[in-house]
Design a protein around this ligand. Sequence first.
Ligand code: ATP
Ligand code: MG
Length: 564
Amino acid sequence: MTIPDSARPSDFIRDIITEDLKAGKNSGRVHTRFPPEPNGYLHIGHAKSICLNFGIAKEFNGLCNLRFDDTNPAKEEVEYVESIKEDVRWLGFDWGDRMYYASDYFGKMYQYAVQLIMAGKAYVCDLNADELRQYRGTLTSRGKESPYRNRSVEENLDLFGSMRAGEFPDGSHTLRAKIDMSSGNINMRDPVMYRILHAEHHRTGGEWCIYPMYDYAHCISDSLEGITHSICTLEFEDHRPLYDWFLEELNIYHPQQIEFARLNLNYTVMSKRKFLQLVEGGHVNGWDDPRMPTISGLRRRGYTPESIRNFCERIGVAKRDSVVDIALLEYCIREDLNKTAPRVMAVLRPLKVIIVNYPEDQTEELDAINNPEDPGMGIRKVPFSRELYIERDDFREDPPKQFFRLAPGREVRLRYAYYVTCVNVIKDEKTGEAVELHCTYDPATRGGDYPDRRKVKATLHWVSAAHATGAEVRLYEHLLLKEDPDDIEEGKDFKSNINPGSLEILTSCKVEPFLKDAKPGSRYQFERMGYFCADPDSSSGKPVFNRTVTLRDTWAKIEKGQKK
Ligand code: ATP
Ligand code: MG
């Protein structure tokens, strides 16, 4: 059930904002931002942040900016920017005319840096990366002051100007904030504000050869955009004193940083850096591979924006890290598709059935219900004829006790059609495998009714052999075998947990004829098999379907278990 806005349970961030509004802070404004670094495609964790930032803006009548945090020239690409915009839009959010880049503020950031130098709050340091690390100290040992810490303002201005003018090589100098080398918080030990990088930037080209560090750039970007609540994940909690320090020393508008717990999912890695390894290593077929937890992967898999928003609402917002069961995500898409996806019959592993007492040249059109959950979706006609396909798994020559489906001599119902009884099994001479079943049908049971109240224990789906469309179906399992993908042997990495059976491709599936031209992105319930979504690889007459999720509801089971 989607919780309507008015009934949405609050969380600590919404409580803070409500209090701020009551106190008249920010003249009643609420302004958030979503600040992705364009170094990869967005994932379901980002969806949590998007729903939170854009959701809050909507609920409090405020605004939310989309800001590309593009301070690192080496890693960022236009492809990523475009994919991020598409994903945010697809999730149902709109930044209006407020799309910004941190790089838009490089000029301003430079001026502010000069201001800090003039106030004696920043200095140019000649220590190299290794030395910087050594001087910084550790959690248990203090840092050591740089020998360059007490340069004069004039000298610092001159050197910083030379850094900017490209007179120094990469890594030879940095601009550092002059704070406190003995601070218990390592982030406050004279953090680097600018480094030299002679690199082309995707937007500013060769204009700059010094680039600001995240902590310096982020607070200034927030300030310049008039952000009221700068919401970020917990790893930035220790950076907050630095966020506050820069804004206070610069004496500019000061947003409030609030941290929340990032989304972690079991069986899932959640980092663009790791995705890049999967993509570049050929472990998946691109960023939008349906096994990827990227938004584009989930979309291709068949997830709807509603289901993802609903998932984000259910997991809530907390201050403590936790791991969410991926079964909850699956529950959310199942719940959505149950209401909206038309039912169709599709045979994934076909076994030929011949109805020996059915006229050879006859075809009937039988009524099938499109969605029992929604009568408004109407009915469709399904062709029935003498030769059919059923699911290979629905027949056993030697049925075990609990197996109620088709077997020699046994009668079952064909959905929307007739009762049929298996009278003969044709087998492959070599393997002994059933290759064709001969059945009789009872014309009095048309539509699947039982006029004499004769009961059968199973109803099978089927397609007419002459009418069905051939299809490819891709079945997915978890990409990673372990609940905690980082549970690994020494010397290995998460890739050693890749599931070799995460993708199974079935190429001789048979589906109802109207699916011949299934539009990529269209979603269906294949009766008894799961929810499926037509893939962009489909071509006319040769549809390809991804299994979004099976029908088996593991989450309901888990929930039941939890209640007990
Ligand atoms: P990654 O490790 O995947 O690269 P990131 O934090 O570096 O993640 P950014 O592009 O910098 O990615 O993140 C943009 C916004 O999304 C940030 O505000 C970040 O806090 C938030 N975010 C990233 N990952 C998650 C997550 N798993 N759950 C919730 N929010 C997240
Ligand atoms: Mg990042």
